[in-house]
Write a protein that binds this ligand. Structure first.
Ligand code: CA
Ligand code: CA
Ligand code: CA
Ligand code: CA
Length: 261
């Protein structure tokens, strides 16, 4: 509908206040983007923020001082009590960094159901569609135990939320994670390239927005599963956003010593 046509209809309907208001909202509210409706996004937006962290499992206040940060309750969606987490987000020239602390009452590196112990699973909404679990969406896992980092993607087998390691689809493990227990909080730090070139990863540029949902899977001291907690919500349409900054911060990492011959 062209703007002039909308205005004419509004003038005609102005004597009907409720209808006129509804039509006005229809005209003014943002339209769905090319990737679908935007209504599912929670409104929690992190960034843009520039910086790089040392991924050693210690979310140190000084190294994350330039990050976008928010403290929130992570709800179970069931009867388990909420946990409180603080998420820090920033990016350098080449990498996205996530630093999370959570007030779990203990730090487990192994469990019966959770072989890697306490764990954060981060589901990304690559295309900012308003929904996670789209096949191909990037998935990162940081475990208290082994392996500390898993770079995965949604393969939806079985549907909807199953993930598979990138390496099992011809891709590569890109990034790192490290965890530790410090001052009654479990600390998780994660690094992942903004654009690794791996089809099983997202590819983000400055100014891009990517959706995400956090899931914390709690392993108890006796090895039992203490349940999942979520942010911003437990459904596939619960999505917060990260805006990638235009950042020159050098953040290239080398894990092996360069051997000069
Ligand atoms: Ca650190
Ligand atoms: Ca990858
Ligand atoms: Ca991936
Ligand atoms: Ca735990």
């Amino acid at each position: 509908m062209k703007p002039k046509r909308k205005a004419a209809i509004l003038r005609y309907l102005l004597p009907v206040p409720g209808l006129a208001l509804a039509l006005l909202l229809l005209v003014l509210l943002p339209k769905p983007g090319p990737n679908g409706p935007v209504a599912a996004h929670s409104g929690d937006v992190f960034g843009p923020a520039c910086g790089a962290a040392t991924v050693n499992g210690e979310v140190d206040a000084s190294e994350w001082s330039s990050a976008a940060a928010q403290t929130f309750a992570m709800q179970s969606g069931g009867s388990a009590p909420a946990l409180t987490a603080t998420l820090h987000v920033m990016n350098g020239a080449n990498n996205l960094f996530l630093g999370i602390t959570i007030n779990d009452d203990e730090f487990s590196t192994v469990g019966e159901f959770l072989s890697g112990g306490d764990s954060f699973r981060i589901d990304f909404d690559n295309a900012h569609s308003g929904s996670i679990f789209v096949p191909g969406d990037d998935v990162l896992v940081a475990n208290a135990g082994f392996p500390q980092f898993e770079d995965s993607y949604i393969d939806a087998d079985p549907a909807p939320s199953s993930s598979e390691a990138d390496v099992n689809a011809g891709g590569t493990t890109d990034g790192a994670a490290a965890t530790s227990r410090l001052a009654d909080l479990n600390h998780f730090e994660i690094r992942h390239p903004l654009c690794s070139g791996d089809p099983q990863d997202f590819c983000l540029y400055p100014g891009d927005t990517v959706g995400f949902r956090l899931e914390y899977l709690d392993a108890e001291e006796d090895g039992s599963f203490g349940g999942s907690r979520f942010f911003p919500g437990s459904t596939a349409n619960s999505v917060a956003d990260i805006v990638i900054g235009t950042c020159a911060t050098p953040d290239l990492f080398f894990y092996l010593p360069l051997i000069l011959k």
